[in-house]
Structures are given as C-alpha cells and as structure tokens.
Design a protein around this ligand. Structure first.
Ligand SMILES: Nc1ncnc2c1ncn2[C@@H]1O[C@H](COP(=O)(O)OP(=O)(O)O)[C@@H](O)[C@H]1O
Ligand SMILES: [Mg+2]
Length: 297
C-alpha cells in the first residue's frame, strides 16, 4: 500500500541512514499514537535500504514482559557471538557489548529496530541508553518506535528518552494522523465521503484502512461497525487465533489497560472501535497471534 503524507519522514530517515553509513550513527526515536503508521513507515524504509543489515525486535504488551525480549529477537537475526552468548545465558553487560561490537563492524550499515518501547522492560530501556550513547561513531542506526499518547510524565521510558534526546546523535520523528487531504487521497477509489471518514477516524491510518478494507460504500455510523464487519469475516476463516488478541482494543492491545485512542479530532461521543487487524504480519512480527495477524502497536 502507498503511504500517504510520509514523504518527509521517509526522507529524514533515509538521510539519517546515509549519515550512519558514513560512520555517523545514532538513535532515531519514532513516536506517534497507535495505528498512526510507525511500523508501516519503518517497513517502507527497510524496502528502500535493502543493502543495510536489518534486525527487528519487538516489545510486547504483556503484564510480565520478557526481560530483554527485543535483544533476543535481534540476536536471533544477527547470529554470531551475540546469539552464542544469548544461548549460553550470558549476562546483560556481555550481551550489550556483543551487540555493540557486531553493529559497529565496518562495511555494512546495521539498522536495529526496536518496536513499541512504551512496553519495554527495564533492561531493554537500559539497552536503549547503552546503545544510544555509543553509536555515534558506528555505521549503525538504532530505531526505537513508541506510542507517546498516554505516556505519563514520570514514565521511566520518558525519562530515558529525555536524556537520549539531548544527544547530538539522536533524532526524533513524530508521526501525526493524516490530514483531511491525506484521507481524501487514501479513500479516493472507495466512493466514501472523505470528510465523513476523516471526522470518524481522526485521520488515523489504522482506522481508515479498516473501514476501507471492510469494503463499505458509506461511512458507517460508528467505526466499530466497520471493524466488526471486517473482523466477522476474518474470524470465520481464522478460528484458531487467540480471542484476546483478536479483540484487543488498539490502545489496549494484548490485554494491557492502556487508554485507547485515536482521533483527537473525533467527537468524544463516539466509541473507539476494537482492533482486529486481519492483515498478514511481516515475517519478523513475532508478537502477533500465531496465525500471523497483528494490531497496531
Ligand atoms: N501513511 C499511511 N498511508 C496509508 N496507510 C497507512 C499509513 N500509515 C499506516 N498505514 C496503514 O495503517 C495501518 C496501521 O499502521 P501501523 O504501521 O501498524 O501503525 P503503528 O505501528 O503506528 O501502530 C497499516 O495497515 C498501515 O498499512
Ligand atoms: Mg506498530
């Protein structure tokens, strides 16, 4: 799918990657509400930089997040000493140092993505601090995505990111919902009233794509109707997927009690639809349900 209104974010990321390739590495923080397109943007960047070595880790919205889960995701993709140390049960200092050494190898641009760090365990936040401070002379980019809606002022992640953001080697990208013009573009072939769709979804791409994929001819009275209609069709064919995943709300994905969003511009009387994203997950998205589905993160 074509990404709407993300040209400048993509250009900024691509420029940052070029600098990293030349040995001026660092951290990129990609923030935005659930469903705004953080993952889609990074997947697009990955397609534009096929020569880089990409590794992806994801934080899960579990009540007991796996300590250093994203680091082990990355280790499994990078292989080498990091993976060996991980399998041998090495301590975190050794693991952090091994990851730094591996992504600092000259000759190839390493891009390490850690998604949804608003769910990161404390050790993963320490990993962000560790790597974020040490990549400035490495041919490597660490990209961390997170939801900034509903992150408390004293959240440990916010404090860590505040420190990291002060570094010259750190860049920040904030994704906003699509504008009315963007929604019009995205829905042009659908026959839907773009103004109504914009009002209903607040420009949140996840909700827009749900409504569009539901194949409706008119914008439904509530986004819930569209998502439920889509989900009903999907559920019939995917009975094995876990119920909690299937019906988790976008803002409370995987059972957490996070405040649901989107649509700051939407009428407060409308209810937020549940997320039941019937799309196929990218191969690396291990956090989705086993049959390959995901909610926005
Ligand atoms: N700029 C965009 N233009 C069109 N579709 C988009 C855009 N951004 C995201 N989408 C679609 O919206 C859905 C949610 O995006 P996703 O990247 O999963 O959100 P996030 O990671 O921020 O939760 C996906 O289906 C994605 O393809
Ligand atoms: Mg995501």
């Amino acid at each position: 799918m074509e990404l709407v209104e993300r040209e400048s974010a993509l250009a900024e990321l691509a420029g940052r990657a070029r600098r990293a390739q030349a040995g001026d590495g660092g951290l990129v923080l990609v923030a935005g509400e659930a469903g705004v397109g953080k993952t889609a943007l990074l997947e697009r960047l990955a397609r534009e930089l096929p020569d880089a070595r990409w590794s992806w880790g994801a934080c899960d919205g579990l009540f007991t997040p796996r300590p250093l889960g994203p680091l082990f995701d990355v280790a499994a993709q990078l292989g080498g000493p990091l993976a060996e140390l991980g399998q041998a049960g090495a301590g975190r200092d050794e693991l952090f140092a091994a990851l730094l050494r591996q992504v600092s190898e000259p000759g190839v641009l390493d891009v390490v993505v850690i998604e949804d760090v608003h769910w990161a365990d404390e050790a993963t936040i320490d990993l962000l601090r560790f790597l974020g401070r040490r990549l400035k002379t490495a041919p490597a980019l660490l990209i961390a995505s997170y939801r900034d809606d509903g992150l408390a002022a004293d959240h440990r992640l916010r404090l860590a990111l505040g420190d990291l953001a002060a570094l010259r080697s750190t860049s920040r990208i904030r994704l906003d919902p699509l504008s009315a013009a963007g929604v019009r573009l995205l829905s042009a072939a659908s026959g839907l009233d773009p103004a109504e769709l914009f009002q209903l979804t607040g420009g949140n791409p996840f909700y827009i794509t749900e409504v569009l994929q539901a194949g409706m001819r008119e914008v439904p009275a509530a986004a819930r109707d569209a998502v439920l209609a889509r989900a009903a069709g999907w559920t019939r064919g995917r009975a094995s997927c876990s119920t909690s995943r299937r019906w988790s709300a976008p803002g409370s994905s995987r059972g957490s009690s996070r405040r649901s969003r989107p649509a700051r511009r939407r009428s407060s009387t409308r209810s937020s639809p549940p997320a039941c994203s019937p799309r196929t997950a990218p191969p690396r998205a291990a956090a989705g349900c086993a049959s390959g589905t995901r909610s926005p993160g």
